[in-house]
Design a protein around this ligand. Structure first.
Ligand code: ACK
Length: 300
């Protein structure tokens, strides 16, 4: 329990996932995350590992913004519940004793799925639909989708909503395994109603999220359908040529993106099922995973 010790110190209050800063050697910046910089670092003896482990460090300079601070601690709360899965970026610890705060995560060396898809293009025309990849086979693309589905099956079984599922928030390891990342918007619970609207991922959002601020596992399923479309188009921006307003109105009136060139009919059918207007009729992640299991078996 958290009883005061005889000298008055609340030693038991020490966070079990807290990691000593003195065992952390921060190296280069990897980029900007939603609440601050992300760094590469060496961690000494982290989560039971001997010696040095390369980790990713998400930094929050606490005084910068209350919204960022809220996002940081929400992400931390979700990460602590997470457990490990090969298709979800694992949480290794945190430094929350003083400013700046750090989240320590498994380091995934290949960058985001979005950049992996885009740099694989034979032509660097990001805005356009394009089927040609110089380095990724159609089986690689199906495997990306399959990996994300497995990660999301794991998260949804834990009743964790991601709420910002998109290729920019999936990381790719050296052996091309996809890992779901960025839980800054995630929440625990079956259903969640968002009350503030900061930087909403409009093009990935289901109609009930856009118009009623309702988030469920089935709104993550909708976003998964958009992620499938991103994979097939090698990282194009969804609803090409449409403004955010046009996307919102279109989606509400039943408009859905057409089948991209080169897209397998079975994958397109899966996308359309994720975009069913009725959330109850969208498939569960477990079902999506099984559909992709079958596609992986038939594709060589
Ligand atoms: O696309 P990237 O190289 O992959 O650039 C972004 C940047 O930090 C800002 O989010 C990278 N990043 C985020 N989390 C991790 C991680 N766990 N391992 C490796 N890189 C990461 C991300």
């Amino acid at each position: 329990g958290n009883e005061p010790t005889s000298d008055g110190a609340y030693e038991d209050l020490k966070e079990p996932s807290e990691f000593a800063r003195s065992q952390l050697n921060i190296k280069e910046e990897l980029g900007q995350g939603e609440f601050g910089s992300v760094f590469k670092a060496d961690a000494w003896k982290i989560s039971g590992s001997a010696g040095v482990t390369t980790v990713a460090v998400k930094e929050l300079k606490g005084m910068t913004s209350p919204a960022a601070s809220t996002a940081f601690f929400k992400e931390l709360a979700v990460l602590k519940l997470l457990g490990t899965h090969p298709n979800v970026v694992s949480f290794l610890g945190c430094c929350t004793d003083t400013d700046p705060f750090y989240l320590l995560l498994e380091y995934v060396s290949g960058g985001s799925l979005q950049s992996t898809l885009r740099t694989s293009r034979t032509q660097q025309t990001y805005g356009n639909l394009h089927g040609g990849s110089k380095s990724l086979s159609s089986r690689d693309l199906t495997r990306f989708a399959w990996d994300v589905a497995k990660g999301m099956t794991f998260l949804s079984a834990k009743k964790i909503l991601h709420r910002d599922l998109a290729t920019r928030n999936v990381l790719v390891s050296k052996d091309k395994t996809c890992k779901v990342s960025d839980f800054g918007f995630s929440r625990e619970g079956d259903e969640y109603e968002r009350t503030t609207k900061t930087r909403l991922p409009i093009r990935w959002m289901a109609p009930e999220s856009l118009f009623h601020r309702k988030y469920t596992t089935k709104t993550d399923v909708w976003a998964f359908g958009v992620l499938l479309w991103e994979i097939v188009t090698l990282g194009a921006t969804p609803y090409p040529g449409m403004s955010k307003r046009e996307v919102m109105d279109g989606v509400q009136q039943g408009y859905r993106m057409e089948k991209p060139p080169h897209c397998d009919q079975k994958l397109y059918t899966l996308m359309l099922s994720c975009w069913n207007a009725d959330p109850a009729r969208r498939p569960e992640f477990r079902k999506i995973q099984r559909t992709l299991d079958t596609l992986m078996e038939t594709e060589h």
